[in-house]
Design a protein around this ligand. Structure first.
Ligand code: BGC
Length: 337
């Protein structure tokens, strides 16, 4: 009798299980510091939902990602969340989704508008890179003072020009291109003079930036008045190298840099990682721009929920532009704020 009950229970449980919908989430690369936080925010946001999240690490390979996506292109998985490895080649994924009538929510790595236009059941959740550049420029203006014609003491050589080194993210990523272009443009438009000593690509990566700085310091060293990084991971990597060259020096060993009395070099990032907030508190990183993955995760998870329930998106809590785009604002973070 006990055996029969156990069998019945197992059957009942598996029947229940099959009814719970799974939404697969494909992350371009979990070793990316920002995406690792983003992924855990998606998991957290999805906890109260009545569908399950199953997440995949595509290890920075579109081939791996395509293989991971394939088994989920069928009627059992009506919604897929995709952070594409190669944002320029989502065409094939969209075509498959179309054949299957599945809905795709892309995020963080923005596909081309012409690809998104191929299908109406496709969305993009992201943030406007131009806004992050403008806010980062505003952090820099806060530091050098409000008067572009009369920079303060952070203009070390007092030539009225900000000497900068830029650490650039992955080539071809919409954020790397726009952040680099518009941070310079915003400063120039606000009448600040900026001399870009070097733009060095470190692929969003902390260790790469750390080694890159080994080459940049001997070239520019004391000339550098600010290090502008396209993201926090690279900013923190650069800080590590700058520490070894004593551009940051905790002379009194109290664990905090007091920039009024101890060597310090301004470094600004973008993302607002937890480790960056710590670095700001310890006086190293000057500031960052929050690339709000908590809100983006909430937006993704809610959108999937509404779509699964077949609700009309007319009253969806996040604004939907052109029927496809959901933009989340960046925010400035520094000790000054
Ligand atoms: C973030 C980077 C991250 C990249 C991944 C950007 O929005 O700022 O830190 O590496 O997305 O696609």
């Amino acid at each position: 009798m006990k055996k029969i009950i156990a069998l019945l229970l197992t059957l009942l449980l598996s029947a229940c299980e099959t009814q719970i919908i799974t939404v697969p989430v494909f992350i371009y690369d979990n070793s990316d510091a920002y995406m690792a936080e983003f992924e855990s925010n998606i998991r957290l946001a999805a906890q109260p939902m009545d569908y399950l999240i199953r997440s995949f690490n595509s290890q920075n390979s579109q081939i791996i990602q395509n293989d991971q996506i394939d088994p989920f292109m069928n009627k059992d998985y009506p919604v897929l969340m995709i952070n594409p490895v190669d944002r320029l080649s989502v065409y094939a994924i969209i075509e498959k989704a179309k054949q299957n009538d599945s809905t795709i929510i892309f995020f963080n790595r923005e596909p081309l508008p012409e690809d998104l236009a191929l299908y109406d059941k496709v969305y993009y959740v992201g943030a406007d890179a131009v806004q992050s550049a403008q806010l980062q420029a505003s952090l820099i203006m806060d530091l050098f003072g409000n008067d572009p014609k009369n920079l303060n003491e952070y203009d070390k050589n007092q030539d009225g020009i900000i000497q900068a080194v830029i650490l650039k993210g992955e080539q071809g990523h919409q954020d790397a291109e726009a952040r680099t272009k518009y941070v310079i443009e915003t400063l120039t438009e606000s009448k600040y003079q900026i001399e870009v000593l070097d733009i060095s690509s470190a692929n969003w990566d902390k260790e790469t930036a750390q080694t890159q700085m080994e080459e940049l310091i001997p070239l520019y060293g004391d000339k550098i008045e600010i290090l502008i990084s396209n993201n926090d991971a690279m900013a923190l990597g650069a800080i590590e190298t700058l520490k070894t060259y004593k551009f940051f020096d905790d002379l009194n060993q109290d664990g905090v840099i007091d920039r009024s009395i101890e060597p310090w070099l301004p470094v600004v990032g973008i993302d607002g990682l937890e480790v960056s907030i710590e670095s700001i508190k310890q006086g190293y990183l000057y500031g960052t721009i929050k690339n709000d993955s908590e809100s983006m995760a909430d937006c993704l998870v809610q959108l999937a929920d509404w779509l699964l329930k077949g609700k009309s998106l007319e009253n969806f809590p996040y604004t939907i532009t052109d029927g496809k785009y959901l933009w989340i604002n960046y925010q400035k973070l520094s000790l000054e704020e």
